[in-house]
Write a protein that binds this ligand. Structure first.
Ligand code: 3H9
Length: 703
């Protein structure tokens, strides 16, 4: 019987099979809830039915509440109404799970009387990643099924577990055949009826809660162990409080009410708005909306990497991890040997931590060919250059790559700021050249800026984005302008931070302000970690900046025992009085009178300078959308996820407020703060960054 466009049910062996078919992920949208509720009601009155199986068509069981509905006025029936119907059904309900049972989807499964799953299924409550908590009883039912400690881990991390683990921990009652979910679920329901198994509601199960009651330290220890991971986020603490309620003296219904109140608080908070924005922004970044359909496929099955330094080695590991053969090329034998040894060391580290098994390590190392002969790149589909950041060097390398690579192979540069078109001009195939800007450490950081030039062929861009996805990275397409998106905004941030130091701030005050905002580390801790001497040249250094002077003093950062901070043997930082002296002397020589600078001013100046630069980047078409800029800063530079990215943050302030703040800063600190024309236009139109779709209008800002 067809109930509505997404719901139908039929009877087999006196078992009603309710099927939901709402692509792509069977989210529990209003039509799904309506169809399901109606089916359950009809079945209650149908004398030809003994029990119910609920299953989903397509790639997955319910992937949760419909995220686009969150925070909007509710549409009947609510998920909780639907749960009540299922839980109080007089006929046993069996949830038949494949794909991913997530969030509200798993919460719905937990009001069924039984859960069966295929072995490949995955289950989890990922709400915390959206800044909310499982608000349909998930915080009360999961601990009853899997125990309090496991529920704490699952709910506060939002991570999924496999069907095997779910079965072992009590979340799933039976595993079915991989291909026989429907038939096995029906057989299971039949067995429940035939053996007259009692209908037990999860809400009534107490054994696993009682087991945790005696463990007074459980919650204290858990909070302590996760202080760093949860810093700044509101949702994890709310989740913990809900799970605490499950073992408190509250009744189940009292706890549900409180869970709901906390959910309502979180869902209307800006953190959840930010995290939902991030969810969609990351998916949007992967789409190539402005490319024509039906592009020829350019499969990438073999990769060559030029330069066996830290960056080249890190990049190589990504491809090896994805089982793609890599030819690593360096001109010098020793550099090559060092590079290979570093890769091996990294894998050995993973093995010793239990993150990788020996066989996988051997397989990966077996896919690596190290060579000093550039001719060995001849069969590669993609060649990535990671050599010294100097245009002449890059062009020389690309001339050689063009000669050695097969026709049709893609040539990519890992440069972090140089002009890709100028690099491409050294080749006979500028349409097959683009930038693949990985971030350090390249085997860990998720972001890759995929830089397209005016010549890059659409199929080449599509192939590059596809391979970036295949190696598990987040690719963001950007235009070809100095520093692309991320580093250009970083330069704007650095310039402001350096200026603040001269005007009176200390490096540690700047760092503390950024840390308090939510960054994992501040501007100067980051510079000390990366090395102050990156891009600095001793021969041409003229004491023109504080950074130059520190470099000239041999203070290159953590690696030399000192940079902006002093470091002890275990690289613990302490503020360096010597550096303060350098800053004060430098400011004096420049005629800058130092003054006390409050944290608010530090944050405003640094972040608004970034937003203003971001607006210019967007206006120039170097970024397609503001949300792409957000993804770059979230995945590449540690912008706190619960603040959604710099452009989302600016949208929360509102265009008019941003413009007014910039104008006020311009009056005091000069034209670096002159509001960008885009921001002025947004104020005039009453629009915001999220409304701007630039496309890669002009992709060359080097001219
Ligand atoms: C919740 O349940 C709250 C409850 O506690 C209720 C309390 C009262 N809604 O990721 P993909 C879209 S909160 C709407 O590319 P994959 C997604 O945007 C929810 N849309 O595929 C994309 O659209 P497009 C808790 C959703 O195979 C398309 O589906 N649940 C939803 O790589 C494909 O997605 C979650 O947080 C949704 N729930 O991964 C689960 N989910 O094609 C979130 C997906 O237009 N979802 N879309 O770009 C996921 O983790 C992954 O999407 C999933 C599939 C693993 C399911």
């Amino acid at each position: 019987m067809q109930i509505n466009a997404v719901t139908s049910w039929e009877v087999e062996r006196r078992i009603a099979v309710v099927t939901i078919d709402s692509p792509p992920v069977n989210a529990l949208s209003a039509p799904v809830r309506q169809g399901l509720a109606k089916a359950i009601r009809q079945i209650q009155d149908d004398g030809a039915v003994d029990a119910v199986v609920v299953l989903c068509k397509g790639r997955t069981f319910f992937a949760g509440a419909d995220i686009t509905e969150l925070g909007k006025p509710p549409v009947e029936p609510s998920l909780r109404d639907l749960q009540l119907l299922v839980e109080s059904s007089a006929k046993p309900v069996v949830a038949a799970i494949h794909g991913t049972a997530l969030g509200g989807g798993l919460e719905l499964a937990m009001v069924a009387h039984w859960r069966v799953a295929v072995p490949s299924a995955r289950l989890g409550l990922p709400e915390v990643k959206l800044g909310i908590l499982p608000g349909a009883g998930g915080t009360q039912r999961l601990p009853r099924l899997v125990g309090v400690r496991k529920a704490l881990e699952m709910i506060t991390s939002g991570s999924q577990i496999g069907a095997d683990e779910a079965h072992a921990s009590g979340l799933v009652d039976t595993l079915t055949g991989e291909e026989t979910l429907r038939a096995d679920a029906i057989a299971f329901a039949r067995k429940v009826i035939d053996e007259r198994l009692p209908l037990i509601k999860v809400r009534d199960r107490r054994e696993k809660l009682d087991a945790a009651r005696g463990d007074a330290a459980l919650f204290v220890d858990f909070r302590k162990a996760n202080t760093k991971a949860f810093r700044g986020f509101k949702a994890p603490e709310a989740c913990i409080q809900c799970i605490e309620m499950a073992v408190s003296t509250l009744t189940f219904d009292e706890a549900l009410l409180r869970e709901r109140a906390l959910f309502d608080e979180l869902v209307s908070d800006s953190q959840s708005a930010a995290l939902r924005h991030v969810f969609f922004a990351e998916r949007e970044a992967a789409k190539l909306r402005d490319l024509p359909a039906g592009l020829p496929a350019m499969p990438i099955e073999k990769v060559a990497i030029i330069g066996a330094g830290t960056m080249g080695g890190g990049i190589a590991m990504n491809f090896l991890d994805a089982d793609l053969p890599v030819t690593l090329v360096d001109t010098k034998e020793e550099a090559l040997a060092r590079g290979v040894a570093a890769i091996r060391r990294n894998y050995e580290g993973a093995v010793s931590k239990g993150k990788l098994d020996q066989a996988a390590m051997s397989r990966r190392m077996g896919l690596l060919i190290a060579t000093t002969d550039i001719a060995d790149i001849g069969t590669a589909d993609l060649v990535i250059e990671a050599v010294f950041e100097l245009m002449e060097v890059k062009q020389e390398v690309f001339r050689k790559l063009d000669a050695a690579a097969r026709p049709g192979a893609i040539l990519a540069s890992n440069t972090s700021y140089l002009d890709i078109e100028a690099i491409a001009s050294a080749t006979s195939r500028p349409d097959h050249v683009l930038g693949l800007h990985f971030f350090s450490p390249a085997h860990i950081m998720k972001l890759v800026e995929v830089v397209r030039t005016r010549q890059t062929a659409p199929a080449v861009l599509a192939a590059a984005m596809a391979v970036v996805k295949r190696i598990g990275k987040l690719g963001v397409t950007v235009g070809n302008g100095f520093g692309f998106v991320g580093n250009r905004m970083l330069f704007a941030r650095s310039a402001q931070a350096d200026q603040l130091l001269l005007e009176g701030a200390t490096p540690w005050a700047v760092d503390e302000a950024l840390y308090a905002f939510g960054f994992p580390m501040g501007q100067y801790q980051m510079r000390d970690l990366a090395g102050l001497d990156v891009g600095w040249n001793r021969a041409t250094s003229q004491s023109a900046t504080v950074r130059d002077i520190l470099n000239e003093m041999g203070r290159h950062g953590q690696k030399s025992g000192g940079g902006y901070y002093d470091y002890d043997a275990s690289r613990r930082p302490t503020p360096a009085p010597l550096v303060m002296q350098v800053i004060e002397d430098f400011a004096k020589a420049q005629g800058i009178a130092r003054r006390a600078i409050a944290e608010d001013e530090i944050v405003d100046r640094i972040l608004l300078a970034m937003v203003n630069e971001g607006a210019r980047i967007l206006d120039e078409g170097i970024a397609r959308t503001a949300s792409d800029i957000d993804v770059v800063w979230l995945a590449g530079y540690g912008w706190p996820r619960y603040r959604g990215g710099p452009m989302f943050w600016a949208d929360l302030l509102g265009a008019a407020a941003v413009r007014d703040k910039l104008t006020a800063l311009q009056a005091r600190h000069g034209d670096a703060f002159a509001p960008s024309p885009l921001i002025e236009r947004m104020v005039a139109e009453g629009s915001s960054f999220k409304d701007v779709v630039a496309g890669h209008a002009r992709m060359a800002a080097f001219a």
